[in-house]
Write a protein that binds this ligand. Structure first.
Ligand SMILES: *Cc1c(COP(=O)(O)O)cnc(C)c1O
Length: 393
């Protein structure tokens, strides 16, 4: 990447960072669909394998299209190093496998993405890595959960579907005082709205499947962080192989170019819909960080540039009423995916959080009447009309 780009604004970086042109001088980012790369001679091949010389070897390790994506995302997150992965979950796996060993302890926020809870709680548990779960909004409980073997704090903010916030700056101080790292899953905000490393986090995790692609086309993920510990993450990826495909990197690269515009427009629509929902008599409660009624609205304004695209609300009369709203939608897609230009709607307690026990769901506040909407780019009035059908049925 050209040095002069380092001083440029995020809008410029999202378009220009990470480009290296081939001998043909192509203007747009090239898609290198090749599994391996040839070396000019045996000595050079040996140097590339030992890491003495730069240069591509094999696309499980790196690929020029994937590198372009990694450099662009690193520039936007303000990170020293980025490793792209096949999905968001393989990013979390690669981070943990790179940094941790049997006997280590993780402090994680409750209410994280369901598969993250399964991975940290059940799968890593089988390998002797223990996780303690603490309420996301309570900084003191993070401190109280620290053990002598705590190596990693893992959080997601805002949370899904209740949009609870973790105070990144405060929790990073607790983590560092304990001699541990803080990793933040920045999927819901994206670097367009929140840059966890600037707030004190050590690592950032992405599911590029969500807002980064932004059009629901490909899976992808990334781990970002300081160069030195990231080498361990890269070593795991290069060996175990949950690497990002060049095609998916090429799609996600294009997604980064319009990320801020999309996320800002989606946030503006989400706020309008959240404010409108608060006025509907059938709605008991609306969760959205940019509403003055959100318990952490002040924190949201400190650490985010906008509220994001995800709104959840609770209707009176529980599951029956929630399903009625969903089933009357003609425009909104009934799917658990989010971050898409197409608005999606889901019933968390029977889909994304269906595997959580009813008691744990109730304790977490994910009740039967809760509906989650991930706002896309359709007209706000059309989205409201779709939601009105079920609310008024
Ligand atoms: C979707 C999601 C993930 C997992 O990403 P995949 O790309 O589906 O593997 C992780 N964290 C959050 C917050 C997500 O929404």
């Amino acid at each position: 990447m050209d040095d002069f780009l380092l001083g440029c604004e995020p809008d410029t970086l999202s378009i220009r960072a990470g480009i290296t042109r081939s001998q043909f001088g192509e203007h747009s980012e090239a898609l290198y669909l090749t599994s391996s790369f040839i070396a000019p001679n045996a000595a050079e091949a040996a140097k590339r394998f030992s890491g003495e010389a730069p240069g591509f070897i094999y696309s499980r390790f790196t690929n020029p299209t994937v590198t372009a994506f990694e450099e662009r995302l690193a520039a936007l997150e303000g990170a020293e190093f980025c490793v792209a992965t096949a999905s968001g979950m393989s990013a979390i796996l690669s981070l943990c496998m790179g940094l941790l060993k049997a006997g280590d302890h993780i402090v994680a926020a409750q209410g994280m993405f369901g598969a993250t809870q399964q991975l940290l709680g059940n799968i890593l548990g089988k390998f002797g890595i223990e996780t303690s779960w603490v309420p996301a909004t309570d900084v003191a409980s993070f401190r109280a959960a620290v053990k002598p073997n705590t190596r990693l704090f893992f959080v997601e903010t805002p949370s899904n579907p209740l949009t609870e916030l973790v105070d990144i700056a405060a929790v990073s101080e607790v983590a560092h005082a304990a001699g541990a790292w803080l990793a933040v899953d920045n999927c819901f905000c994206s670097p367009a709205l929140q840059q966890p490393i600037k707030l004190g986090a050590d690592f950032v995790i992405h599911s590029a499947t969500k807002f980064i692609d932004g059009q629901g086309r490909v899976l992808g993920g990334a781990v970002l962080g300081p160069k030195e510990p990231m080498q361990e993450v890269f070593r795991f990826l290069r060996t175990a192989g949950p690497s990002m495909s060049p095609f998916n990197a090429w799609v996600a690269l294009g997604g980064l170019e319009t990320l801020r515009l999309r996320v800002e427009a989606q946030s503006a629509s989400a706020l309008a819909i959240a404010q409108w929902l608060e006025k509907q008599p059938q709605v008991e409660r609306v969760n959205y960080p940019w509403l003055a009624s959100h318990p952490q609205h002040e924190l949201a304004k400190r650490q985010q540039k906008a509220g994001g695209a995800v709104v959840s609300f609770e209707v009176k009369d529980g599951r029956e009423a929630a399903w009625r709203v969903i089933d009357h939608c003609k425009l909104l897609s009934i799917t658990a995916n989010l971050g898409d230009t197409k608005t999606t709607i889901t019933h968390p307690s029977t889909t994304t959080h269906g595997r959580v026990s009813p008691e744990a769901r109730e304790a977490a506040g994910i009740r039967e009447g809760l509906v989650r909407v991930a706002v896309g780019l359709e007209a706000v009035t059309d989205i409201q009309a779709d939601l009105s059908r079920g609310l008024n049925a």
